[in-house]
Write a protein that binds this ligand. Structure first.
Ligand code: AMP
Length: 216
C-alpha cells in the first residue's frame, strides 16, 4: 500500500497518519518531520529549511524532491509507505510520479482530508507538538493527559513557530495557491478519495479506512 495523505494545514494529517502507520504497518514519510529532525540534529539542510518553515514558506522543490528521492530508496519504503506533507506543489507531484515510475512503482491512493476554512485557524493555533517524538496534540480537541507533557514519551510539548497566526495565514495562502491544484492533478489520475475532516478524529479515521478499502 502506497498512500498519500493530503489536506490543508490543520486538517489532522499528522494525527491520522500516526494511526494509519501503526495499524497498516506503513513507513511514514513526512517531509516536515524530516526537515525538523534535520534541524534538531543541527544538519545544514535542516538549519536552511527552518528559515522557510518558521515563516510558513515552502522549502524549494529541488531540496524537497531530493530528500524524498533518497528516502524512497531506503529498503523500508520499498513495499508500503505513507507520504504526509509531500507533494505540496504540482511540480513535486510530477517529480514524485517520475521517481515512482523509475522504481516501477505507483501510488495506491491519495486521501484528501477536507476542512472548512474557518475551522483551520482555530485548529492550528491550538496545536502542540512533542519536542522529543513529534506527536501532535490539540489544547481543545486532543489534549494530553497531563498539561504540557507527551502521553507517549513524556517529552515536553511546544507550539511550532509556524503555528503562530502570521505564519498560519501565509501557509493557508500558499496552500490555496500551490497545493490545492494537486487535488485536481490526482483526481485526473482517478486515485483521489475525499474524506470529510469536520468530524471527530475516530470518524475521520473510519472514513479513511473505508476509502482505502475501496481501492482496487
Ligand atoms: P508540515 O509538518 O507538513 O506541516 O510541514 C511544515 C513545513 O515544512 C511546511 O510549512 C514547509 O515550510 C515545509 N515543508 C514540508 N513539506 C514540504 C514540501 N513538500 N515542500 C516544501 N516545503 C515543505
Amino acid at each position: 500500500m502506497k498512500i498519500l495523505l493530503m489536506g490543508p494545514p490543520g486538517a489532522g494529517k499528522g494525527s491520522q497518519s500516526a494511526k494509519l502507520v501503526k495499524d497498516y504497518e506503513l513507513t511514514n514519510i513526512s517531509t516536515g518531520e524530516m526537515f525538523r529532525e534535520a534541524a534538531r540534529n543541527n544538519e545544514p539542510l535542516g538549519i536552511e529549511a527552518m528559515k522557510y518553515i518558521d515563516q510558513g514558506d515552502l522549502v524549494s522543490d529541488e531540496i524537497t524532491n531530493e530528500i524524498v528521492r533518497k528516502r524512497l530508496l531506503k529498503p523500508d519504503a520499498e513495499r508500503c509507505f505513507l507520504l504526509d506533507g509531500y507533494p505540496r506543489t504540482v511540480s513535486q507531484a510530477q517529480a514524485l510520479d517520475a521517481m515512482l515510475l523509475s522504481m516501477k512503482s505507483k501510488l495506491t491512493a491519495v486521501i484528501n482530508i477536507t476542512v472548512d476554512k474557518e475551522a483551520i485557524l482555530e485548529r492550528m493555533v491550538g496545536r502542540r507538538v512533542c519536542k522529543s517524538c513529534g506527536l501532535s496534540y490539540h489544547l481543545k480537541f486532543k489534549p494530553p493527559k497531563k498539561e504540557g507533557v507527551c502521553d507517549a514519551c513524556g517529552g515536553e510539548l511546544y507550539q511550532r513557530v509556524d503555528d503562530q497566526p502570521e505564519s498560519v495565514r501565509n501557509r493557508l495562502d500558499i496552500y490555496e495557491r500551490k497545493t490545492k491544484p494537486i487535488v485536481d492533478y490526482y483526481a485526473g489520475h482517478g486515485i483521489l478519495k475525499n474524506v470529510n475532516g469536520m468530524q471527530t478524529f475516530e470518524n475521520v479515521y473510519k472514513d479513511i479506512k473505508e476509502a482505502l478499502g475501496e481501492v482496487k
